[in-house]
Design a protein around this ligand. Structure first.
Ligand code: ZN
Length: 264
């Protein structure tokens, strides 16, 4: 898919940005049309190379997929990776993908709100979903630097707690012990959550992400913690595998209802 994002006057480079999508096809005749998604954003901030935001998340997701491929596990459901463009400009890549495949809210009348993602358009009306929305069990995201995974933000989806609790147990000695009911913001899982697909961001060790590297000129390769990245890739691969092979899909929250329009 193509998305027009930034235009630099006088530049003759490609002004579109692109999502990267990859899949391991499901093998169960009854479940292979259902999908488990994982991803993170591929774009970054201009002052450094973006090693922790979000090179780290991108590498973890690619490594998780490589692990599953190398194990030749033949998942029941299809596993689909999405590396999103234009996240830093407003979740544009994941938003465009979700709108194209899964659903959206109507556009806003207000010209200042033109192009706002579905999650910021709750007063524009109800979400309309496409048939493919019903086929996505869950979406897992990594975008909080290169520190270890410590748990999962449940995004206020309490029904998931006992499931993730059981999946997390084998990783206790790797330091993953926390489920938070909290809704965490700021990145691409929100595009999925906004149209009723369970979308999750992992809780990570903050390291020096907020204090030093995030959107700074210090976001360079030496800030990436190799051992923590390996821990993350193993956990993500396991959660994705368990979601792909579970008899049922991950429980869903009700679709977020529209909010009343405020007119001045
Ligand atoms: Zn980011």
């Amino acid at each position: 898919m193509k998305f027009g994002v930034l235009v630099f006057p006088g530049s003759n480079c490609d002004h579109d940005t692109y999502n990267v999508i990859a899949e391991i096809k499901g093998t169960d005749p009854k479940l292979k049309d259902e999908i488990v998604m994982l991803g993170g954003h591929l774009d970054s901030w201009h002052s450094a190379t973006g090693a922790t935001d979000n090179g780290a998340g991108t590498i973890v997701m690619m490594e998780a997929l490589r692990i599953l491929k190398a194990l030749d596990i033949h998942p029941r459901r299809t596993i689909r990776l999405g590396l999103w463009s234009g996240e830093e400009e407003g979740l544009l890549g994941s938003q465009g993908y979700v709108e194209h495949h899964f659903g959206s809210r109507p556009p806003m009348d207000d010209p200042n709100m033109k192009g706002m993602p579905t999650l910021l358009r709750r007063d524009a009306g109800p979400v309309t979903v496409k048939p493919e929305q019903a086929k996505v069990s869950a979406y897992f995201n990594v975008d909080n630097g290169s520190g270890k995974i410590r748990g999962v933000y449940l995004q206020e989806n309490g029904a998931v707690a006992p499931i993730f609790e059981a999946w997390m147990r084998p990783f206790k000695d790797l330091g993953m012990t926390t489920l938070s009911m909290r809704n965490t913001g700021g990145t691409d899982h929100l595009s999925f959550d906004a149209v009723g697909i369970p979308g999750f961001q992992f809780i990570q060790d903050p390291m020096d992400y907020d204090a030093r590297t995030h959107h700074s000129n210090m976001d360079l390769y030496e800030r990436v913690q190799e051992a923590d990245m390996k821990q993350m890739a193993v956990i993500v691969a396991s959660f994705v595998y368990m979601t792909a092979n579970r008899p049922d899909m991950i429980p869903r929250k009700p679709l977020p209802p529209p909010t009343p329009q405020i007119r001045f």
